[in-house]
Design a protein around this ligand. Structure first.
Ligand code: FES
Length: 204
């Protein structure tokens, strides 16, 4: 009998090996997709029905989300005019949809459509999740003129004006970052005073 011909014992062994190898490859691919899906679940904010769900409540204190002071209360003295930090409500950092950018401007800098009633002592806060595809936004500080600093998403260069309700000044973001109320308390901590005023997260 010719080696490798149908019916040959060696050929059956070859077919079994090929099936076994194919099974391992398929299992590996399925496993890789499973791992990728799990990773995306961790990186993506909680969603329900296409919307991002936050658990911020009025009265929640803002804490640092990045840097050497992660988890520490943000105080009124923590920011100068032209500064901004990423912040979470205290004890609620496990939900990325809660991430905000807290910004300090001159009180006289705010223009419509900023909701002035949701600002305090020059502090204003917006969702830190870009409305294009959901990257975290960054702060671009103008050292010479701090009051003309702005928010930018470096994923696709959307630019938002923090003094004008985070209005989109450039790039593909379809809508502004949603404002959320903040207030400075007597003890110097900063707390939320409202829910987000509009949709948060990607809107495309
Ligand atoms: S995700 Fe922000 S500009 Fe695209």
């Amino acid at each position: 009998m010719v080696k490798g011909a149908p019916g040959n014992k060696g050929d059956k062994t070859g077919i079994t090996r090929r099936r076994f190898t194919l099974g391992i490859v398929i299992a590996s691919i399925v496993g890789a997709f499973g791992s990728l899906f799990s990773l995306l679940k961790v990186l993506s904010p909680a969603k329900e029905g296409g919307g991002y769900i936050t658990t911020i409540k009025p009265g929640d204190r803002l804490v640092f989300a990045k840097g050497g002071k992660v988890g520490a209360n943000i105080m009124v003295s923590s920011l100068n005019v032209g500064d901004a930090v990423l912040a979470y409500p205290e004890g609620k950092s496990s939900n990325p949809a809660n991430l905000v950018q807290l910004i300090k401007l001159k009180e006289t800098d705010f223009k419509p459509p900023t909701d002035i009633d949701l600002t305090d002592k020059g502090f204003v806060a917006y969702s830190a999740i870009c409305t294009h595809l959901g990257c975290t936004v960054s702060w671009v500080k103008n050292k010479k003129s701090p009051d003309v600093s702005y928010t930018e998403c470096f994923c696709h260069n959307s630019i938002f004006d923090p003094a004008r309700g985070a209005k989109v000044m450039g790039g593909p973001a379809p809508i502004p970052l949603s404002q959320i109320g903040v207030k400075v308390k007597n003890d110097g901590t900063v707390v939320f005073t409202s829910d987000f005023q509009g949709p948060i997260g990607p809107q495309v």
